[in-house]
Design a protein around this ligand. Structure first.
Ligand code: SF4
Ligand code: SF4
Length: 163
């Protein structure tokens, strides 16, 4: 993407993700948890492709933008755990009361289920508070699912544990 703002800011916008078909369509978001790959650069990486258990992610070649078959994604979060760029997330905006976001976490302390945490956006700014509902680990990358206020599902991309 020539002249893309993420090259200056380091933060990819929803518009840029949409232009690369990396934003789940509205009808898929309504069905439940689904992956968001914030991976706009042509880099030599395709590790999410073989690890996806449902083969929902495709790449024509090693250096390419991933393409997601949205209805194949089951929101398992394995790509969140294996992505070396910490660029994979799972969002669930299908519920009426809260959104849920699954993020990679490689800092200490490690969140625990039930912790109230500070919710951070892509810029590392605090945008609210949420509650950790699931924690699992693979090769020292923790995968954290957090319940967030309705409307923040596409905004929260990290958590900060105040402990
Ligand atoms: S969340 Fe699971 S099913 Fe969806 S793309 Fe990632 S690895 Fe595949
Ligand atoms: S593993 Fe991460 S960085 Fe590599 S292609 Fe997949 S989303 Fe992009």
């Amino acid at each position: 993407m020539p002249n893309s703002s993420f090259r200056k800011t380091g933060v990819v916008s929803p518009e840029e993700l949409a232009a690369l078909n990396l934003l789940p369509p509205e009808d898929r978001l309504k069905k439940g948890p689904v992956v968001v790959l914030e991976c706009p650069e042509m880099i030599p990486c395709n590790i999410c492709v073989p690890y996806c258990p449902t083969k929902a992610i495709k790449m024509e070649k090693l250096i390419d933008i991933p393409a997601v078959e949205w209805d194949k994604c089951i929101g398992c979060g394995i790509c969140v755990a294996v992505c070396p760029g910490l660029a994979a997330f799972v969002v669930d905006t299908s519920k009426s009361d809260f959104d849920y976001v699954t993020v990679p976490h490689e800092f200490i302390p490690i969140p625990r289920v039930g912790d109230e945490v500070v919710l951070l956006n892509k810029l590392g700014e605090g945008v609210g508070r949420g509650v950790v509902v699931r924690v699992w680990e693979r090769n020292r990358t923790y995968v954290i699912t957090v319940r967030v206020p309705k409307g923040l599902g596409m905004e929260v991309r990290a958590v900060w544990v105040e402990r």
